[in-house]
Design a binder for this molecule. Sequence first.
Ligand SMILES: Nc1ncnc2c1ncn2[C@@H]1O[C@H](COP(=O)(O)OP(=O)(O)OP(=O)(O)O)[C@@H](O)[C@H]1O
Ligand SMILES: [Mg+2]
Length: 238
Amino acid sequence: MLEAQGITWTKDHKTILKTIDFHLLQGECVGFIGPNGSGKSSLLKILAFLETPTSGLLFFQGQSVPRNVPLPIRRRIAIVFQEPLLLNTRVFDNVATGLKIRGMAKGKIRERVDYWLEQFGVSHLTKQSARSLSGGEAQRVSLARAFALEPDVLFLDEPFSALDAPTKEGLRNDLGQVFKATHTTTVLVSHDFKDITHLASRALILLNGQIAAEGSPSELLKNPQKEEVARFLAHFSS
Ligand SMILES: Nc1ncnc2c1ncn2[C@@H]1O[C@H](COP(=O)(O)OP(=O)(O)OP(=O)(O)O)[C@@H](O)[C@H]1O
Ligand SMILES: [Mg+2]
C-alpha cells in the first residue's frame, strides 16, 4: 500500500530522520512509538505527504510518488492529529466538507456522514457547532470525518493524548471496533504502548530518528532486540 525506502529528513542542519525503510500492507495498523522528539510525527508527516523528505523514495500502491504529490494521491489519505482541527461550522458540515470537495452527491454525503457519526457515538451532536464540543466529542468527530473519506491510508498522530483516561479508553475501544469492521490501513502514533498493543498488529520503535526495532507489540515486549529498546520499553512493562 505504502512504502518508504531510505528516507532521510534534514532541517536546519539537523538530521531528524535517518535512512528509514518502511512498508505498510493493506488492512494493517502499524503503531509508531518512541520518546519525545524521536521523530514519530516527522515520519508520519512524510508518509502522509505533508513534508518532503531530503532523500529517499516513497511508493503509494506500487507507484513511485513524485516530489510534488498529485492531488488524486493526496485525496486517498486522511489524517487525525492530537488536537482536533475542526472548522467553525456544525458537526455535520465538518464531516461533510471533504466529501463535497470530492464531488459526492448530496444524498450520499448525508448517508455517509450519518453513518460515521453513529459509529463514533456522536450522531446526537450533528447540529451542534464544532467549537462548542468537549475535547472527547471533538476527537470523535475528527475520527468520523477521517473515516467518512474512506481513505486508503489513515494517519493518526497521538489521537488520544489530549483526553482523560476514561474518555481515552472509551474511544480506543470504539476505534478498535471500527478497525475490526473496516480493516482500514492505518499508521498510529502514540506514546502509550497500551494503545499500540490494543490497536496495532505491528509496532515500530523510533529512537533518535531511526527505527530501532520492529515487530508484534507483544513480541517486542518479550524480546526487545536491543539494549536501548529494552530500556525504552521498560517504562511500559508493569
Ligand atoms: N519543521 C521542523 N523544523 C525543524 N525541526 C523539526 C521540524 N519538525 C520536527 N523537528 C524536530 O525533529 C525532532 C523530532 O520531532 P517530532 O515532532 O517528529 O518528534 P515526536 O517523536 O513526534 O515527538 P513527540 O512525542 O514530542 O510528539 C525534534 O527535535 C523536532 O524539534
Ligand atoms: Mg509527535
